[in-house]
Design a protein around this ligand. Structure first.
Ligand code: IFM
Length: 449
């Protein structure tokens, strides 16, 4: 049986600048927090990654060969404004060429303005806990819009502010590697403010466009259905899934969440008059990233820190995943994807949704020029069927971007986790289409599974 998707469904793949581009000092690019964080921590860096800065034509050729009509990529702020403020025309020229090359190959570009790579110069001014960054981000957004908006209609302001704020400034596992939960909450608020101001700036510049933000969601499961477990799940759900979503929808921060975080003492003082109105700019579409659910359990000591990225979310713990896992240790639960999309449909009052990322890391091997990545094929088949089920049950899902086009730099995990439809040999930069790429191309060609 074929599971057909709606006419005009947008099929694409997604990438992010720091994860693929390399060439971190080319054409005047300034350092980003990921350059400094990886160097300081002795981690693998984003250079050369997939050397996409120099090989973008080859990579776009792959999209064209596979017949994948949309491509979601991010722009590196530190190429456009190496010091966070002053324009570097050579950086803009790269994305100008990239967009032209996509269009020449029949691929529609979708731009994300921020995928975690803050110019280091702005971290030196305090990073996202400094609310001045919201205005600087809007200036940067406008600068990029002025150059690309004649050819780009789909604009995402920020990718996964949860990770940028709470993993970057909370547990410090990501750049800039700061462990200060109070600052992390303020960073989260300022990222939302930056989104709102950027959305205003993009719209002030005219043109036909869709403005979105991309959030990563984790439906929360518990082992036991009792009041304590439900409360633990509620806490994690509100931090992970609603901290960013509810203010974007014009509802402000959920009062229960403000109470959960009150002892940290920083979030409410950071919310200035008018901020919530700025944050609640109308969204044309919501970008949804889904990989795996989370599991929550209560902690007996209500004062005990949690093991979540914001340890000050007290009285709960995230439990280890179980069942079939990806190589990153993420639990495979396609049914949670369906439930998530149905919940979003209702919670967001019918706002159109686009799956901005979904995919899985597995260990792949090239054998006689082929990569038989059966597990990834199954992951995609199961998760696409889950999206289809949600659409059948009324969710307005307009598109699906597979994460990721290429194996790439998986942040603090370096090059150990392969998410690509295309295998990349990081020594030689040779690209090999995996079976999952051929599978996905077939889905795209049929507009169905
Ligand atoms: O690689 C990341 C991406 O940058 C953001 N979303 C999750 C992906 C897999 O971890």
């Amino acid at each position: 049986m074929t599971l057909g998707f709606p006419d005009g469904f947008r099929w694409g793949t997604a990438t992010a600048a720091y994860q693929i581009e390399g060439s971190t000092t080319a054409d005047g690019r300034g350092p980003s927090i990921w350059d400094t964080f990886t160097a300081r921590s002795g981690l693998a860096t984003g250079d050369p990654a997939c050397d996409h800065y120099r090989r973008y034509r080859e990579d776009i050729g792959l999209l064209s060969e596979l017949g994948i009509p949309y491509y979601r990529f991010s722009v590196a702020w530190s190429r456009i404004m190496p010091d966070g403020r002053t324009v570097e025309p050579r950086g803009l020229a790269f994305y100008d060429r990239l967009v032209d090359a996509l269009l020449e190959n029949g691929v529609t570009p979708m731009v994300t303005l921020y995928h975690w790579d803050l110019p280091e110069a702005l971290q030196a001014e305090g990073g996202w806990p400094n609310r001045e960054l919201a205005d600087l981000f809007a200036d940067y957004a406008l600068t990029v819009h002025k150059v690309l908006s004649d050819r780009v209609q789909q604009w995402t302001t920020i990718n996964e502010p949860f990770c940028a704020a709470f993993i970057g400034y909370g547990n410090g596992d990501h750049a800039p590697g700061i462990q200060d939960e109070g600052a992390a909450l303020v960073a989260g608020h300022n990222l939302l403010l930056a989104h709102g101001k950027a959305a205003q700036a993009l719209r002030s510049d005219g043109g036909e466009q869709e403005v979105s933000i991309v959030l990563n969601f984790a439906p929360v499961l518990t082992d036991v259905d009792d009041a304590a477990h439900r409360e633990a799940a509620r806490k994690f759900d509100f931090l992970h899934n609603r901290f960013f979503l509810d203010p974007l929808l014009g509802r402000g921060y959920p009062p229960e969440l403000l109470a959960d975080l009150a002892h940290l003492g920083t979030l409410e003082p950071a919310i200035a008059d008018g901020d919530l109105e700025i944050i609640a700019q109308p969204l044309d579409v919501l970008g949804v990233n889904y990989y795996a659910p989370a599991r929550a359990m209560p902690l007996e000591d209500p004062e005990a820190d949690s093991n979540c990225p914001l340890p000050g979310l007290r009285g709960m713990d995230v439990q280890p995943p179980r069942g079939e896992l990806t190589s990153l240790g993420w639990e495979q639960r396609p049914e949670c994807f369906t439930e998530l999309l149905l919940w979003l449909q209702e919670h967001c009052d019918g706002l159109p949704l686009v799956i901005a990322e979904n995919g899985a890391a597995f260990e792949d091997e090239v054998v006689e020029g082929r990569v038989h990545d059966e597990k990834r094929v199954r992951y995609f088949a199961d998760h696409l069927a889950a999206v289809h089920a949600a659409i059948e049950r009324g969710a307005d899902v307009r598109g699906y971007m597979a994460w990721s086009l290429l194996d790439n730099f998986e942040w603090a995990m370096g090059y150990t986790q392969r998410f690509g439809l295309v295998h990349v040999d990081f020594e030689t930069q040779e690209r090999v289409l995996k079976d999952s790429a051929l599978f996905y191309a077939d889905v795209v060609a049929r507009n169905g599974l």
